[in-house]
Design a protein around this ligand. Structure first.
Ligand code: GLC
Ligand code: CA
Length: 512
């Protein structure tokens, strides 16, 4: 287990939209490097970058054309190595996005695989044996090349699935076992990609659709066996490198497949603004919605169930949101966000913040860009300051931007939030500081529910001596829990005769 994970708090960056240093209207690697001090100032000590590799960008870079080359629009490999180094100089870590399930249809492997004559890449992807053979239980693309067969896709049509074989063979005429050397060779190629970046200073990977590799793998045992090979490689050669999966089933990912962390979200289903399970409860029924008055039970049950199953083996990562979800501010207003962030940063495991959530950036519904569709609204440029025309994101003419910046006159900016002691940004900074000074609140500290009432009061113990209590509702609520030795609070409370009254929208971190 990489030692730095104990106290890691991640910041996810969508490179297109963070900071443009050369005035071409699109964010770049040097822009991230320039903002490292800002990120560190907030108390984040680790970064996850969405894919920044050469790509035709039919899915914002999740359609990789070259796994080992930075897309020219973001800069060069050297710029990325420099980012690793500058981050390390500040005690920070950087992980990249590994997309093992599929490539772009422009990847040289695929261009070779689709040739009608047999060659080294023929089995790098999964093809049926005849263009008319399209078993309905899979998603196929037919008739795009002279090779007689259809290729299996993993996401969009432009993302052919890499071939890791099948666990259960139902069509022996074209399926191969996951143990077949041709299928195992695909994973070897992915291990090589990992070594390439790890040897150049990268600290690990967020693994895209990590559960999707072997097909017909109901219980995911075959897919897990592949990832255990990756973990073995890390343990032997890169013991401080981390692997976090987009699997969304921590017992399988952590206990069976050897990931250090798994995200708690819901990528299997159509995403809605409450589609990440941690905050999920129904429209206007989120635990943090002040008028909802619901017990925290629904929100926490899956999380706690998984947490207790994986304890000691790895971590669960809760998120403020990501590049696939509507921004959390779409669902919660600022007063509600303050309590949600307090929970996010006081749970066990490794929390992730999505860029801009620290200033409460908006979800802005708009036309799709690069395969984003409804996700595009969460991918707009970071709002740095109040300068025109692009709120400090880029000096390019607004018409040249990757996406337009928020055009509302009251759009929050980092500079504004830094100057306001009561801003969300300063709350996040304070919470990160408390977490980093208090081992109980970090990844390993236990979590035990102390109170989970129907009136909305929730309290949990972290580690041996630190507790957190919430009343997210718009009314005062009481609890018999004795709130004392406060470390941090939002709102206010009084304690009298063994009863604590928590005023509306109150959260307290205290010693017990
Ligand atoms: C993951 C990514 C998403 C991408 C998809 C296909 O869910 O987070 O952005 O479109 O995988 O790679
Ligand atoms: Ca740029």
């Amino acid at each position: 287990m990489p030692s730095w994970l104990k106290n890691a708090v991640f910041y996810e960056i969508y490179p297109q939209s963070y900071y443009d240093t050369n005035g071409d209207g699109i964010g770049d690697i040097n822009g991230i490097t320039e903002k490292l001090d800002y990120i560190k100032f907030l108390g984040f000590n680790a970064l996850w970058l969405n894919p920044c590799y050469v790509s035709p960008f039919m899915d914002a870079g999740y359609d990789v054309e070259d796994y080992c080359k930075v897309a020219p629009r973001y800069g060069t490999n050297e710029a990325l190595y420099n980012l690793f180094e500058q981050a390390h100089n500040r005690g920070m870590h950087v992980i990249l996005d590994l997309v093992p399930g599929h490539t772009s249809d422009q990847h040289p492997w695929f261009k070779q695989s689709r040739l009608p004559t047999k060659n080294e890449m023929t089995d790098r992807y999964t093809w049926t044996d005849c263009v008319w053979n399209r078993p309905p239980e899979y998603s196929w693309v037919a008739g795009m090349s002279d090779r007689d067969g259809c290729f299996l896709i993993n996401f969009f049509n432009s993302q052919p699935a890499l071939n890791y074989g099948f666990n259960e063979i139902t069509h022996p005429e074209w399926q191969m076992s996951y143990t077949d050397p041709r299928a195992q060779a695909t994973f070897d190629a992915m291990l090589e990609v990992m070594r390439f970046w790890l040897d150049r200073g990268c600290d690990g990977f967020r693994v895209d659709m990590a559960d999707s590799l072997v097909k017909n793998d109901e219980e995911k045992t075959a897919t897990a066996s592949l990832w255990r090979r990756a973990r073995k490689m890390l343990d032997e050669s890169y013991p401080e490198a981390m692997l976090i999966s987009e699997w969304c089933n921590a017992p399988r990912s952590v206990n069976n497949a050897g990931f250090h962390c798994d995200f708690l979200l819901n990528h299997q289903y159509k995403m809605t603004h409450y589609g990440f399970r941690y905050w999920e409860n129904g429209v206007n029924k989120s635990y943090f919605c002040k008028t909802a008055h619901v017990s925290a039970h629904n929100m926490l049950s899956k999380y706690l169930d998984e947490l207790y199953q994986i304890q000691g083996n790895g971590y669960i990562s809760v998120i403020s949101g990501n590049h696939d979800t509507e921004r959390i501010s779409y669902m919660l207003d600022e007063s509600e966000l303050r309590l949600a962030y307090t929970m996010l940063l006081t749970l066990p495991g490794v929390p992730f913040f999505y860029y801009g959530d620290e200033i409460g950036m908006r979800y802005i519904p708009q036309q799709s860009k690069e395969g984003g569709f409804h996700r595009t609204g969460s991918r707009t440029p970071m709002q740095w300051d109040n300068s025109l025309p692009n709120l400090g994101f880029s000096t390019a003419d607004a018409s040249k931007l990757y996406l337009q910046v928020d055009d509302q006159p009251n759009a929050p900016t980092a500079v504004q939030c830094q100057a306001n002691p009561d801003s969300l940004l300063n709350l996040v900074k304070k919470l990160n500081a408390i977490r980093s000074e208090n081992e109980d609140l970090q990844a390993d500290g236990q979590m035990k529910i102390l109170v989970c009432d129907d009136n909305g009061v929730l309290a949990y113990l972290r580690g041996e001596h630190t507790a957190v209590v919430f009343n997210p509702t718009d009314k005062a609520q009481t609890t018999t829990l004795n709130v004392q030795q406060e470390l941090f609070k939002i709102g206010s409370y009084t304690v009298k005769d063994g009863i604590t009254t928590l005023e509306s929208q109150t959260a307290v971190i205290f010693k017990i």
